[in-house]
Design a binder for this molecule. Structure first.
Ligand SMILES: *[C@@H]1O[C@H](CO)[C@@H](O)[C@H](O)[C@H]1NC(C)=O
Length: 375
């Protein structure tokens, strides 16, 4: 009787998982390189990964930095009937926003725009969603809507509708962002969409996970649990520190062939699906790139020779007693004729370069992040 019950519960849980396919669009880097505009953009919009993690002001600013290598997006529906948007599922922020029909910025013209008059369930909010004076921000109004994610509807979700967008957003493959970090970063008085999904009983477990493929298709966001078909071995769990804003974890050290090359006294890092690379303080990152023989150019890209990248060493992240080895196939990427390491400077962030190698589970209920070898 008891085992039948357990089995039944297990089936229910695994059936309740919501799988959202993620696609990879053409990166802004690729798009701009093809037009010969990349270096101009890089000069105008220097990569400042720390911008996203600065303390926010009372105006509900959503700071952005021009990360030209973000490519993953999934499709959600906003309103009734659902209007479709490509969004970045971003574990480094907590706000959902999409462009609105009242936005005439270049970035809105090249993306889908939400028309609240065409939705029977739209309710306007009272608070603005930032008033922009800086090219690195989006701004607009707030509203409440039913959001369709996979087969479910999250009801009465607060979201931002932009009427102004920074110009660099025009070259990114997604229309808006769906934030999956903690409520401390949410719009004033609002609840992030994942928390609403859980509170409204739409998913079996207070957890989601991501498989980021290096191919155009095949990536998956799994809401409500984990899916063993996307990883091998077991998931190694790591406690999350101060889980009010970001997915912060503690790294004990970073080693190459047993030598500590960075984070020698331990360091705190954010696990962020909305950052393309791995970020760390310049002293540490310069040391790692030095071990790899990389030369950093004026745009902050660490360049290595494209021949013999296979001979480069694994970079090992020691986290909570586990060793996560990142091979060169994971941290070297090629664009046009150049090869870059996926290490850039700022405060510690484990971005997509790390998450492609390790299927990542975000367990809100137990305040943990889990990593397993991605298949
Ligand atoms: C928004 O939707 C309304 C109602 O369907 C329609 O009349 C209006 O033209 C739409 N506006 C835009 C800018 O598409």
């Amino acid at each position: 009787m008891k085992s039948a019950f357990v089995l039944l519960a297990f089936l229910t849980v695994s059936q309740g998982l919501l799988r959202i396919p993620l696609m990879r669009g053409k990166s802004a880097r690729q798009l701009l390189e093809e037009k010969g505009l990349f270096e101009e953009y890089r000069r105008k919009f220097p990569y400042n990964p720390a911008a996203k993690f600065l303390p926010r002001n009372e105006l509900d600013a959503v700071p952005l930095t021009f990360d030209p290598d973000l490519t993953y997006y999934g499709v959600i529906g906003v309103g009734t009937p659902p209007q479709l948007f490509k969004v970045l599922f971003d574990t480094g922020s907590s706000v959902l926003w999409v462009p609105s029909v009242s936005c005439s910025s270049a970035a809105c013209e090249s993306h889908s725009k939400f028309n609240s008059s065409a939705s029977s369930t739209f309710q306007a909010g009272t608070k603005p969603f930032y008033i922009s004076y800086n090219s690195g921000f989006v701004a607009g109004s707030t509203g409440y809507e039913n959001i369709k994610v996979g087969d479910i509807y999250v009801e009465n979700q607060i979201f931002g509708l932009t009427n102004t967008e920074a110009v660099f957003l025009a070259s990114l493959p997604w229309d808006g962002i769906l934030g999956m970090a903690f409520p401390g970063l949410a719009l004033q008085g609002g609840t992030p969409i994942f928390d609403n999904m859980w509170n409204q009983g739409k998913i079996p477990q207070d957890m989601f996970s991501m498989y980021l493929s290096s191919s155009v298709e095949g990536s998956m966001l799994i809401l409500g649990g984990t899916d063993p078909s996307y990883y091998s071995g077991s998931i190694n769990w790591v406690p999350v520190y101060g889980a009010t804003n970001y997915w912060n974890i503690q790294i004990q050290s970073i080693t190459i062939n047993g030598n500590t090359v960075a984070c020698s006294a331990g360091c705190e890092a954010v696990v962020d699906s909305g950052t393309s690379v791995i970020i760390g303080p310049s002293k540490d990152i310069n040391n790692i790139n030095g071990w790899l023989g990389a030369v950093t150019n004026q745009y902050g890209d660490a360049i290595v020779s494209c021949s013999n990248t296979k001979l480069l060493p694994d970079i090992v992240f020691n986290i909570n007693g586990y060793s996560f080895a990142l091979p060169p196939s994971a941290y070297v990427s090629k664009s046009v004729s150049r090869c870059r390491t996926g290490f850039a400077t700022g405060s510690w962030i484990l971005g997509e370069v790390f998450m492609r190698q390790f299927y990542t589970a975000f367990d809100i209920g137990n305040n943990m992040v889990g990593f397993a070898q991605a298949v």
